[in-house]
Design a protein around this ligand. Structure first.
Ligand SMILES: Nc1ncnc2c1ncn2[C@@H]1O[C@H](COP(=O)(O)OP(=O)(O)OP(=O)(O)O)[C@@H](O)[C@H]1O
Ligand SMILES: CC(=O)N[C@H]1[C@@H]2OC[C@@H](O2)[C@@H](O)[C@@H]1O[C@H](C)C(=O)O
Length: 384
């Protein structure tokens, strides 16, 4: 059933903001998006978040990774259990990302999830791209390309994801395939919500600057903003990607500012990184379609719109779901993986040639049960 024709695929994303698991079903043949299906969201508990935060920057085998993996697996099992699908695309939680050095690390055990859900699971989407010299991120661009075709875009346009980190995909929809040279250019823009969330937690014990209300009350510190834009990341040509905490110095730079001025300055930094990123587009996109939680931050959206010469609108303007778009992307990519289609190319990650990522785990449950053994990778499910 999975070899040809449309597949009902379930994608799951646990993003850099560490808020929880987004899950979404789409029907696709790996090229076109035929249908959008059910969605689900499950937040991490405060304890879960603490465990995940404590594991950021860690690599497989290091202390703390097993506990983080258990949190990720349990939350996904609980979130995905009620959704009907033929195949799962499981991104996991990025704990560390260093494509030029140690590689990339997403916590999450695809075999355990396959056994629990009794469904084939595609996971570990980023490693093979990194092995072939790519950044391993961003990976949503191939899905953005399919969306551009679905909304019948005629002129080049761009998707912007405002998550913990920001990423931008420029698309020329005139090309037949995403891997065709000139069809896509993608890169991480810089930190987006992560430094703002961290500030709000430190200063106010709150998870975010809801709707950008605090930033709106403050003044931007131009000195901090100028220093931020001198970071060597911005001088690099795309494709390029970031680790969540690559800009730790930025949080220190606003330490002496009032809460409102610090929030305004971090928000201005996120916006300036996007506006600067637009300069990399081969020709100006006709509009910027914004997805991810940051599109709810009105101050951030206004700052981006003020610096960009093009309309900046949430993806809802074209009938898409900005809270679930990345989860849908990993459903789409999972189908491409089982069909042997590429999921990244030189224009999206800088990989040497178009490549398909991901490994496939099939459920072992029945075999293991027949052998009288505990199914590989399953464990007591806490339902947390
Ligand atoms: N109403 C809001 N106002 C301000 N910020 C918001 C709002 N709603 C969500 N956010 C922010 O959006 C982020 C969550 O968005 P999203 O789920 O798209 O990110 P993510 O997928 O975890 O990150 P990434 O895309 O980098 O992996 C959080 O940082 C959160 O603070
Ligand atoms: C290594 C990693 O997990 N990167 C994430 C992160 O969050 C946003 C940005 O940085 C993007 O590059 C990527 O996620 C999206 C889903 C992507 O791969 O397209």
């Amino acid at each position: 059933m999975l070899k040809t024709g449309p597949v009902r695929a379930l994608g799951a994303m646990s993003g850099t903001s560490l808020d929880g698991v987004d899950a979404a079903v789409i029907v696709t043949d790996g090229h076109e998006i035929l249908e959008f299906g059910e969605t689900a969201y499950r937040p991490y508990s405060p304890t879960d978040r603490m465990i995940l935060r404590g594991a950021l920057g860690l690599w497989p085998g290091e202390p703390g990774v097993a506990a983080a993996t258990e949190v990720v697996d349990d939350c996904h099992m609980a979130c995905l259990a009620g959704l009907a699908a033929d195949l799962v695309g499981f991104h996991g939680q990025t704990l560390a990302h260093d494509p030029a050095g140690r590689g990339t690390h997403q916590a999450g055990d695809g075999q355990a999830l396959a056994d629990y859900l009794r469904l084939p699971v595609v996971w570990d989407f980023r490693s093979s791209d990194v092995r072939l010299g790519g950044q391993g991120a961003p990976l949503a661009p191939f899905y953005h390309f399919a969306l551009a075709r679905r909304i019948r875009a005629r002129a080049p346009l761009a998707f912007l994801n405002l998550g913990g980190v920001g990423n931008l995909t420029w698309i020329d929809p005139a090309h037949p395939r995403p891997e065709t040279e000139g069809a896509l250019l993608a890169f991480d823009t810089g930190p987006a919500n992560a430094p703002i969330d961290d500030l709000m937690m430190q200063r106010r014990g709150l998870p975010r600057d809801a709707d950008g209300a605090l930033a709106r009350q403050g003044d931007v510190d131009e000195g901090v903003l100028d220093g931020f834009l001198k970071h060597r990341f911005f001088a690099r040509m795309p494709p390029k990607s970031l680790d969540r905490d690559a800009f730790a110095a930025l949080s220190q730079a606003v330490a002496g500012l009032s809460d409102a001025d610090a929030a305004a300055t971090l928000t201005a930094c996120a916006a300036a990184a996007v506006v600067g990123g637009l300069e990399h587009c081969p020709i100006p996109p006709e509009r910027l379609l914004v997805t991810g939680g940051g599109r709810h931050n009105a101050t951030l959206m206004e700052m981006i719109a003020a610096g960009a010469d093009i309309p900046v609108v949430p993806v809802e303007a074209v009938g898409l779901d900005g809270d679930m778009l990345e989860a849908q992307a990993f459903a789409y990519l999972a189908v491409r993986v089982i069909r042997g289609l590429p999921t990244s190319c030189p224009g999206t990650t800088g990989v040497a040639a178009a490549v398909g990522g991901g490994q496939l785990s099939r459920p072992q449950h029945r075999l293991a049960a027949q052998a009288g053994a505990a199914p590989a990778g399953t464990r007591a499910h806490t339902g947390m």
